[in-house]
Write a protein that binds this ligand. Structure first.
Ligand SMILES: Nc1nc2c(c(=O)[nH]1)N[C@H]1C(S)=C(S)[C@@H](COP(=O)(O)OP(=O)(O)OC[C@H]3O[C@@H](n4cnc5c(=O)[nH]c(N)nc54)[C@H](O)[C@@H]3O)O[C@H]1N2
Ligand SMILES: Nc1nc2c(c(=O)[nH]1)N[C@H]1C(S)=C(S)[C@@H](COP(=O)(O)OP(=O)(O)OC[C@H]3O[C@@H](n4cnc5c(=O)[nH]c(N)nc54)[C@H](O)[C@@H]3O)O[C@H]1N2
Ligand code: SF4
Ligand SMILES: [Mo]
Length: 820
């Protein structure tokens, strides 16, 4: 254990209490015990080792950010438990949080820096010192930098670590060193669409979890809520107990479907059609909240026929500051700024100062017009009566909370379901009030850290540019990204499994072979580490001071004590970044300590409060109480300032220039639908199935399971005991057609690759649709890899990985069974 204040082993409980009191119980800089006075005062002459309790945050990719007690005896963490938040209603922990001691002391951890000997991926390694590792990395980097400039080095990260110090320190380093950002674009459609439609924050548009209790209808679409969002389930259950109705739209009868009042087993990839059909029903039955629509949405605005943009006062004055929307008065026919027109027209075409304009609401009505209940029924494979019933419930039994999960996102054209469902929420007035929202995380966390991440006083070595990771093989092949020359020679991967997550693993591996140097910074050997040239051992989350970052559902900032010293030769990401900066000849970039970095991110006062109190509300919430309703102040933060069922500029915010700009901006402005690019394997009149499905008739998707946080716990024995091996779930029909029994070993393949794994039968799956849960590493499969099946083809409108837009064939195999 490090730091003199945190070392109490060997003390009796009484001595410890005295010591703690002398210091002031909450003023310990390191581990502050969380015990009540009674417990502390209880006389104990027991000889068992003293237990000290430290605070921490579990911060892998599940984004729950559970507040954790580390129970320490004789300098060792013996167990973890849930720790009290300021409001204990949020207290939770899961089996993965309980398994942290095993993760910390695991034999699987990388103990010291290692260097590849022999072929990439051969698994032969040589132990090296930190000095040697750093000089190899810096040597390669500086040599290439001199020849080619900053774009010689790429970086990839993703959901491995949700800490503020981690995220902002890497951001600062990359801004100063320059390079290519190849971070996985997962979950992009949903973030982009929510920003465009509902507003200010890509993921922070939900109300606080406690607000579930106010919902009368809850819509779960493509959300594996009881697997991935299980800590929120009790709020939902409470709402249901009060009479709230749960609607579940999902091609798989999943955990939340088992709790549904109405379950809709939709055809995969067709959600946008269902939501457009329901919007048509809302409009035709006059189940629209007109007051809300007029006050909060773009409905009273005017779309310029020439540009497709919403018309603004500035279009007339020429002054960009006049960015308010224009509207036309119903009574007088005169135009003016929207806020000055009490009776805006909602329909028709007009000429404003010589510019022909059209009503966005009319454009919406036109866009959804073809989606009659009969047509929706055909495309989505849902009975007309069910469509009517669900539409009526959503339109008439408000307030409604929409939870559109990531199922629809992980497909090509994944933007569409979020725009279409957002449109229904807008039409029915189900935003910005209690019980009504459409989002994922409850709030936007916007601590100002620009001074830290982009320091003006320091000069960077070159540009830092985000590029679509789907283009990684192309970049390595041609040295080009669109019009840019990209002399990418090395890649530094941290907090992600680049090889595992990018799609089409075999292409990734071929491209990696063209690099001079691949560096993986990790705790364990993941698929990327296995193919790396140098692997650096990183600290476990409790081995250094941290504060949770932006992605959590709960409304608290929580402090991670340094509970123990870094194990083995590991170093924290922050310390590694410091060493890299020194190696590049820039010690001045990080000439301070981790706590100074946290001070720069959060500000001195806030940092000290979090450190001392361990858990505080985000400081823009009222003290002593908490309530968060997104948008109740009418501040939507969209480009027009209004809720947008008409997205005037869907290309805005796509940062993968020059590659990733939408090709067809105009069609993305309104709800629409395309069949999935690959996984379209059922015959629908007018939308013939993909001919590839004759050869590969099964579409697979990857559910995120409660036993994994992506791959963060893949090598933790306790968790693997409960969920020991990769599996594929097949419908009873698909299994029977192939003579596959429960527990058989099967091979799934397509033109790109194959995987061999255990099969289970799930009667809740649609025939032709299989589930291959995510989060396994190459050596855990019998053979092959799920990611070998994935394509890296692109949605033409947005860069995103298409984990569930995949066709395969599956058959029983004996391969590998004997080795198991
Ligand atoms: N325990 C745990 N929690 C996690 C994670 C984890 O790995 N483990 N990962 C985190 C991350 S990064 C993410 S992105 C989220 C993902 O969490 P969720 O938003 O829950 O998404 P998935 O687990 O992908 O669930 C997908 C659901 O969508 C359904 N689905 C698939 N295709 C379609 C479709 O076309 N239409 C409809 N309506 N449904 C469809 C599937 O059947 C499945 O039920 O979870 C986060 N939380
Ligand atoms: N086949 C398939 N693949 C998928 C998905 C799918 O549905 N199917 N889902 C995708 C989705 S939605 C997402 S968001 C991505 C996430 O993809 P990744 O970001 O690759 O997922 P993680 O498993 O969270 O990656 C975490 C890695 O970071 C390491 N790590 C943990 N803590 C630290 C730390 O403090 N420092 C450093 N340096 N490393 C650390 C972990 O050991 C692990 O190897 O996966 C995607 N991959
Ligand atoms: S893995 Fe997620 S849900 Fe489980 S304890 Fe950690 S933060 Fe909480
Ligand atoms: Mo994700």
């Amino acid at each position: 254990m490090s730091g003199s204040e945190t070392t109490h082993s060997g003390l009796t409980r009484r001595n410890f209490l005295k010591g703690s009191m002398a210091l002031g119980l909450t003023s310990l800089a390191g581990c502050a015990p969380q015990s009540n006075q009674e417990e502390l005062l209880a006389d104990t002459s027991k000889t068992e080792p003293e237990e000290q309790v430290c605070s921490g945050v579990c911060r892998g990719g599940c984004a729950q950010g559970c507040f954790i007690n580390y129970h320490v005896r004789e300098g060792k963490i013996v167990r973890t438990s849930a720790r009290d938040f300021v409001d204990p209603d949020y207290n939770r922990i899961c089996i993965k949080g309980l398994s942290l001691p095993e993760r910390i002391y695991s034999e699987e951890r990388i103990k010291y820096p290692i260097k590849r000997v022999g072929e990439r991926g051969s698994g032969n390694w040589e132990r090296i010192s930190w000095d040697e590792a750093l000089s190899l990395i810096a040597g390669c980097w500086l040599e290439n930098y001199e020849k080619h400039g900053s774009l010689c080095c790429g970086f990839a990260t993703r959901t491995g670590q949700e800490g503020m110090l981690y995220q902002k320190s890497w951001a600062r380093f990359k801004n100063l060193a320059g390079g290519v950002d190849l971070t996985l674009p997962a979950d992009k459609h949903f973030g982009k669409a929510l920003t465009d439609v509902v507003g200010s924050s890509s993921t922070g548009t939900a109300n606080d979890d406690k607000d579930w209790a106010n919902a009368k209808t809850m819509v779960f679409c493509g959300s594996s809520f009881t697997e991935t969002t299980y800590h929120q389930w009790h709020w939902v259950y409470e709402a249901q107990q009060k009479g709230g109705k749960i609607i579940v739209i999902d091609p798989m009868f999943n955990g939340i479907a088992a709790k549904a009042d109405k379950y809709i087993p939709i055809r995969p990839g067709t959600d946008a059609v269902l939501f457009m059909g329901m919007s048509k029903i809302a409009l035709e039955n006059d189940w629209v909240d007109w007051d809300f629509l007029k006050a909060q949405s773009v409905a009273p605005g005017l779309v310029r026929k020439d540009t497709g943009m919403l018309m603004r006062v500035s279009d007339i004055t020429g002054n960009d500051d006049d960015d308010e929307l224009l509207a036309v008065s119903e009574r007088s026919g005169e135009w003016g700024p929207l806020s000055s027109i009490a009776d805006p027209v909602l329909h028709g075409e007009h000429i404003v100062e010589g510019v022909p304009v059209v009503s966005p609401l009319d454009l919406l009505i036109e866009a959804v017009d073809e989606y009659t209940p009969e047509k929706v029924s055909e495309i989505c494979d849902i009975p007309v009566a069910d469509i009517q019933e669900v539409a009526e419930l959503i339109c008439k039994n408000g307030p409604v909370t929409f939870k559109i999960g990531l199922g629809p996102d992980h497909r090509c054209y994944g933007y569409e379901p979020y725009l279409a469902s957002g449109t229904l929420a807008i039409l029915t007035g189900n935003l910005g009030k209690e019980g009504a929202s459409h989002g994922y995380f409850p709030r936007k966390i916007s601590y100002e850290s620009k001074a830290y991440t982009a320091p003006e006083s320091l000069v960077s070595m070159g540009d830092y540019i985000a590029m679509a990771p789907s283009q990684f093989p192309q970049i390595m092949e041609t040295g080009k990204y669109g019009d840019y020359d990209v002399p990418l020679k090395m890649l530094i991967v941290h907090g992600t499994d680049f090889v595992h997550t990018r799609g089409d693993r075999r292409k990734t591996l071929e491209a990696i072979d063209k690099l001079d140097l691949l560096v993986s910074i990790n705790l364990v050997m993941n698929d990327t580490s296995l193919y790396s040239d140098i692997v650096l051992p990183v600290c476990e989350w409790c081995e250094y001071e941290e504060i949770n970052g932006s992605r959590t559902y709960h409304p608290f900032l929580c402090y991670q004590d340094q509970v123990i010293d870094p194990q083995f030769e590991s170093k924290s990401d922050f310390e590694i970044i410091k060493l890299l900066s020194n190696g590049l000849g820039h010690p001045e970039w990080f000439d301070f300590e981790a706590s100074d970095a946290l001070r720069m991110c959060y500000g001195d006062d806030r940092y000290e409060r979090i450190r001392d109190e361990k858990c505080v509300y985000h400081d823009y919430f009222a003290e002593g109480g908490f309530r968060y309703i997104y948008g109740e102040d009418g501040d939507w933060g969209t480009t027009s300032g209004k809720l947008q069922f008409y997205v005037e500029d869907p290309g805005d915010g796509i940062d993968y220039e020059p590659y990733g700009m939408p090709e067809n901006v105009a069609e993305q402005r309104l709800p629409m639908w395309h069949p999935p690019l690959e996984a379209w394997n059922e015959e629908v009149p007018g939308y013939g199935k993909n001919p590839l499905s004759e050869t590969y008739p099964i579409s697979i998707q990857a559910e995120h399971k409660k036993w994994n946080s992506q791959t963060c716990f893949s090598r933790v024995g306790l968790v693997r005991e409960l969920d020991p091996e990769p599996t594929v779930y097949l419908s009873a029909k698909d299994a029977a057609d192939r003579g596959i029994d429960e527990g058989d070993c099967v091979k799934a393949w397509n033109d790109r690759g194959y995987v061999v794994l255990r099969a289970h039968i799930n009667n809740g799956l649609r025939p032709g649709f299989a589930n291959m849960p995510n989060g396994w590493l190459a050596d855990q499969y019998v053979d092959g890899h799920y990611c070998d099946l994935l394509g890296d083809f692109q949605d033409p409108n947005n860069e995103n990985c298409n984990f569930s837009d995949v066709l395969v064939q599956i058959e029983k195999t004996e391969a590998g069974v004997s080795e198991r």
